[in-house]
Design a protein around this ligand. Structure first.
Ligand SMILES: Nc1ncnc2c1ncn2[C@@H]1O[C@H](COP(=O)(O)OP(=O)(O)OP(=O)(O)O)[C@@H](O)[C@H]1O
Ligand SMILES: [Mg+2]
Length: 229
């Protein structure tokens, strides 16, 4: 199996008035197809910044990010939009679901943009929700769902286009420990089934322990790869 992600010597500076914050200071990391990697680190260590660069949501000050072998710094805006939609999936701490849409419609959103018709989208979205234990919630709106259910809908949405890489930022940050553990287990199973690689950033050692491999970010630098098992 090939490599889905390669981050090479990435630096990210944020300008704040007269001075500069170096959020990432020479980060290099490679992720193989189907691999689940967690990035642990304290608040402010640069985790979200790194994930945004991996997801082509921001550009590095220096260094390079390759997704599926392609240097994303060389892509046009249209190509980046395409990459985010077809190759990547995103899961965030605050779910980011559309409040007026049902659970299955939220899952189908990434496919809507491709011009599919709604009934065929429902046939794709519902089995995914069922696999995540939400077969009885497909018509519910976000306001009618629990935190753990909301995050499972977000995971289904992230997986619906069969991405090669799923990027998760503190996916259990708003869940209690037991709910978080079961949501992560479903995330792992859903990704394993599709050979989707995962990079999950978290400050929670317990959440990180679900990964195949865990690396640690401190002050914008990766420091070693401690075993999590
Ligand atoms: N848009 C920005 N402008 C200026 N500084 C920023 C910006 N975004 C992040 N930073 C700074 O960069 C550093 C890394 O931030 P980042 O959000 O990546 O940390 P994090 O590890 O995700 O933290 P947390 O666990 O609290 O989410 C922090 O010092 C932060 O203050
Ligand atoms: Mg963060």
């Amino acid at each position: 199996m090939g490599e889905v992600l390669r981050v090479e010597g990435v630096v990210k500076d944020y300008r704040r008035g007269a001075h500069t914050v170096r959020a990432l200071d020479g980060v290099s990391l490679a992720v193989a197809a189907g691999e689940f990697v967690s990035v642990l680190g304290p608040s402010g260590s640069g985790k979200s910044t790194l994930l945004h660069l991996m997801g082509a949501l921001d550009t590095p000050t220096a260094g390079c990010v390759r997704v599926g072998g392609v240097d994303i710094g060389a892509l046009s805006d249209d190509e980046l939009t395409d990459l985010r939609r077809r190759q990547l999936g995103f899961v965030f701490q605050f779910f980011n679901l559309l409040p007026t849409m049902s659970a299955w419609e939220n899952v189908a959103v990434p496919l809507l943009l491709d011009g599919h018709r709604l009934p065929s989208l429902k046939r794709r979205a519902v089995p995914l929700l069922e696999a995540l234990g939400l077969g009885h919630r497909v018509e519910h709106r976000p306001a009618e769902l629990s935190g753990g259910e909301l995050q499972r809908v977000a995971i289904a949405r992230a997986l619906v286009a069969d991405p090669i890489l799923l990027l998760a930022d503190e996916p259990t940050g708003n869940l209690d420990t037991d709910t978080g553990a079961s949501v992560l287990e479903l995330l792992r199973a859903g990704c394993a089934e599709r050979s989707t690689a995962v990079v999950m950033v978290t400050h929670d050692q317990h959440a990180a322990s679900i990964a195949d491999r865990s690396v640690r970010l401190v002050d914008g630098r990766l420091v070693g790869a401690p075993s999590t098992t």
